[in-house]
Design a protein around this ligand. Structure first.
Ligand SMILES: Nc1ncnc2c1ncn2[C@@H]1O[C@H](COP(=O)(O)OP(=O)(O)OP(=O)(O)O)[C@@H](O)[C@H]1O
Ligand SMILES: [Mg+2]
Length: 374
């Protein structure tokens, strides 16, 4: 059981910067999920921790040990790959025990540990089968079993669930969480699936272009995203962004864009800004009310217990120079089957739940800060 620390770790492949000055402290026993789009540097980070790739600069610590010069086998870290890399000609029992055998662990001890791990993973009845005779979910557990049996300091898991179909995937997630709770060891899990990240991670490391954008609990990443990129990447359905400006309105201030005018509190200054709203903080009604904007339903996505509706604002708006502006497009969550395409509706915004971003995409902690706006 060991924590892992990255200090200003950078990895360059020729001119390509795969990992860009990443620093992070992963605590002992923590389940950390690295979340990022394809090519953001997730696998490269795991490979550097495992010692399969050497960083261009920076330092890696496993526990208190600086491991920069350690070979992979001396780091005692287990990596589970997306492909599982099981030996097809060996039984499940031999696949799991393989790493112990090459370390010359005694036969009886191998049997004991393989049985124990198989029990933990619920695959005892498959021990004498070959990998080809297993389901995807069972294969994934064998790969994990092979890692667990070695009793490593930490587990690195590179998209281990991505080969499973949606239904098994969800149960495999619950299973993996249970195993982590039982083993109480450090897990670093890579995915580009944000649902997976939210359900599994004690903390999420959100990456883009090799940079670590935010390292925080799932709740914080959702409620306090560091940037517009993080806000759009995390949370489903995706956040709605409106580019506009804050202007003085009566006694206070309001956010304005096209026909939309949302009074905002705690704002002390005007200026251009983007607001972000979760689709469930945008209300759709049949009747007009205070501050509502007329709109039309242009698309409906049935999600089961609720629908996501796609909207276009209806009111003709003139922009600068008297030119007509295109309608705003919005999305909102509504009760299942409440609306159809073509419905004329009214939209209201929960301004207290809006996030504010500046032109370069950084989130503004407070709209009242005069230094960050205008
Ligand atoms: N051995 C290599 N040689 C050259 N470039 C590489 C090498 N390995 C990775 N890269 C580049 O480094 C960047 C990060 O790659 P990495 O595999 O870490 O991304 P990833 O986040 O794991 O992506 P994915 O989700 O597609 O697996 C990519 O642009 C990739 O092309
Ligand atoms: Mg990868």
């Amino acid at each position: 059981m060991t924590g892992i620390r990255l200090e200003h770790v950078t990895k360059r492949f020729k001119t390509q910067v795969a990992v860009d000055d990443v620093s992070a402290q992963i605590e002992n026993g923590e389940f950390v999920v690295i979340l990022g789009a394809s090519g953001s540097g997730k696998t490269t980070i795991l490979r550097m921790i495992a010692g399969l790739e050497v960083q261009t600069s920076g330092h890696i610590y496993i526990g208190d040990m600086l491991v920069d010069d350690y070979e992979p086998r001396d780091r005692n870290i287990a990596m589970v790959f997306q492909s599982y890399a099981l030996y097809p000609h060996l039984s499940v029992r031999k696949n799991i025990g393989f790493g112990l055998k090459v370390r010359h662990v005694e036969r009886g001890e191998i049997d004991r540990r393989v049985n124990e791990v198989a029990q933990l993973l619920g695959i005892s009845e498959t021990l004498d089968r070959r990998p080809s005779e297993l389901s995807g979910g069972q294969r994934q557990r064998v790969a994990l079993g092979r890692a667990i049996v070695r009793d490593p300091e930490a587990f690195l898991l590179d998209e281990p669930l991505s080969n499973l179909d949606a239904k098994i995937r969800s149960s495999a997630r619950i299973e993996l969480k249970r195993i982590h709770q039982q083993l109480k060891q450090t897990f670093i899990f890579v995915t580009h699936d944000q649902t997976e990240a939210m359900t599994l991670g004690d903390r999420l490391a959100v990456m883009n272009h090799g940079q670590l954008l935010q390292f925080d609990t799932p709740e914080r990443v959702l409620s306090h995203p560091a940037s517009r990129y993080v806000a759009s990447f995390v949370g489903s359905p995706e956040m709605v962004f409106l580019d506009g400006s804050v202007e003085s309105s009566g006694a206070g201030y309001a956010f304005l864009t096209g026909p939309v005018q949302i009074p905002v509190r705690g704002v002390g200054r005007a200026g251009p800004v983007t607001i972000g709203l979760r689709p469930w903080d945008i209300a759709v009604t049949r009747a007009a009310g205070p501050g509502t904007v007329p709109a039309r339903v242009v698309g409906v996505e049935r999600l089961g217990s609720s629908d996501q509706v796609f909207l276009e604002t209806a009111a003709p708006v003139t922009g600068a120079g008297g030119l007509p502006m295109p309608p705003l497009t919005l999305r909102a969550m509504v009760r299942a089957y409440d609306f159809e395409i073509g419905d004329a509706v009214f939209v209201a915004f929960d301004a207290d739940r809006a996030l504010f971003f500046d032109a370069d995409g950084s989130r503004l902690e407070s709209m009242s800060s005069p230094t960050r706006l205008g």
